[in-house]
Ligand binder design. Structure first.
Ligand code: SF4
Length: 201
């Protein structure tokens, strides 16, 4: 079974075409926003493990869940020393998004920790650089179901080897692959073919 990376889930939730371009076609381009995000992750990753007020903070934690078929590196896992409770924390450069893509990525991290430790992970947190706020995320039954659905959809997409056509939207402006994807140009091509089909085929 192909093991998919946790980042593929977030890419898929952002745009399925972006997910296929990165994870099947191996395309990647850095723009200002991804560079800023990478710098943030480097800062987070460079910290040593530490313990404060009964909580141990582990950074850059590698996880792999074979039953789910996903693996990745977690920015941070907090562990309550007395209870052993684990809490994944993910750092984001922007602000909370209208779509729950960050919550899905975080919930997938929790599912990995659960498979690896056999312990329930009830909540985690997202920390946004732009708003400088930490948002608690409860791993509800609904969020878990949605996350499992996305994991299955990503597997189906990547196993199909098919890259979906572009669908130009507001997200494209923040997409690091816009120059490689050419969403407006390809959409124009699609409408050109449609007109040709109507009159000449
Ligand atoms: S430019 Fe738009 S359509 Fe193309 S991969 Fe990025 S978000 Fe998706």
């Amino acid at each position: 079974m192909r093991i998919i990376s946790l980042s593929a889930l977030q890419h898929y939730a952002f745009c399925p075409r972006q997910c296929a371009l990165i994870h099947n076609e191996q395309l990647w381009a850095e723009n200002f926003l991804t560079a800023q995000g990478n710098a943030l992750h480097e800062r987070v990753d460079s910290g040593e493990p530490e313990t404060r007020k009964g909580v141990r903070f582990e950074r850059s934690v590698h996880v792999s869940a074979e039953q789910l078929g996903i693996s990745g590196i977690l920015d941070m896992v907090e562990c309550e020393i007395q209870t052993g409770k684990l809490k994944p924390v993910e750092y984001k450069r922007g602000k909370p998004k209208p779509k729950p893509s960050d919550e899905i990525q975080l919930c997938a991290q929790a599912l990995c920790l659960e498979e690896m430790t056999g312990k329930k992970v009830e909540e985690g947190a997202l920390w946004y650089m732009q708003t400088r706020h930490r948002h608690p995320v409860i791993f509800s039954a609904e969020l878990r179901e949605k996350t499992l659905q996305v994991i299955n959809e990503v597997k189906t997409l990547l196993e199909s080897g098919i890259t979906p056509p572009p669908n130009y939207s507001k997200s494209c402006k923040a997409c690091s692959l816009i120059d490689l994807c050419q969403p407006k140009l390809l959409e124009r091509d699609k409408s050109g073919k449609y007109v040709v089909g109507l009159f000449w085929e």
